[in-house]
Ligand binder design. Sequence first.
Ligand code: SF4
Length: 364
Amino acid sequence: MSEIRHNWTKEDILNIYNKPLMELLYEAATVHRLHHDPNVVQVSTLLSIKTGGCSEDCGYCPQAARYHTDIEGNNLMSVQQVKAQALRAKATGSSRVCMGAAWRNVKDGEEFDEVLEMVRTINKLDMEVCCTLGMITENQAKRLAEAGLYAYNHNLDSSEEYYKEIISTRGYQDRLDTIDNVRKTNVTVCSGGIIGMGENLEDRAGMLVALSTLNPQPESTPINALVAVEGTPLEDEKPVEIWDMIRMVATTRIVMPETQVRLSAGRTQMSKEGQAMCFFAGANSIFAGDKLLTTPNPDVNEDMKMFGLLGLNPQKPFTKKVQPQTVEAGDSKFEALGEKPKWTRPEHTIERNEAAKEKAKTLK
Ligand code: SF4
């Protein structure tokens, strides 16, 4: 087994990223085979349980209330709705349901209690449950763990330096603090980022430094290609070249050998051949379902056809880690603390975010 290093530098990572492609692919595929079955790919279904109306200003996101996009917001879904969707996902080969809510951070109260019930319900369907709900405190992480949460997603998005060019309403350290809070439980960490936001190669490497130097490294890392949505500050960014995606996946695989590397947003822009190259380079997870929160995603039947073509098999749930136990609400050891943590609000100015906000005012 190749050892897991936590001291990667930007320079090391750039040297890997910029290798001649055939060498990069060979090295990544070799690491991949040492740590994973190359014919198995984990399939997750992403479910937007609360869409739109978000107070943050993430430059890539159509759910930010301040921009003018076509997203129709909705209130929190019911537990029954979520259960029905989870059963559908299970029937079509997903081993994991990831529930996303467009919140800055979790607030204790009725809605969070509902989310905890959703976690219990899905875990009882013998599926892995993941949540992406924004920033959370240690107590909230513990309550999620107790309900049976398998993974918590909190992306670093980009390098610390470039993060400031994309988001002004929270700081990089807030992201790391939330990941830290999740690590105080036995919930696994899912954290990755987005390429194609105008960042340079150093930023891509910087993001991988931040992720790979976490100890332990995240159990899963989504690599997203920006889907430039009209009305958002990044609407004019060019689509990511497939070669960039392949290099990013391969580099992630080499620096984080055990991590499940997930092809996430932007798959509709990729050919089957391009995706096959990514699987060869070490990607071993995808999001299934025709929507990724709010942006388009390949049809699940198309994905299963692609799996058939490539001889890939969906990963069974709880292959990497045992199923957590669910503690019922009435037996919980933790109570809602109603904390008001001081997540930062740097509020520096990002010109293109401001311009998109001003434009939205004239259109709304
Ligand atoms: S990415 Fe999340 S936090 Fe940022 S605006 Fe979108 S929903 Fe809000």
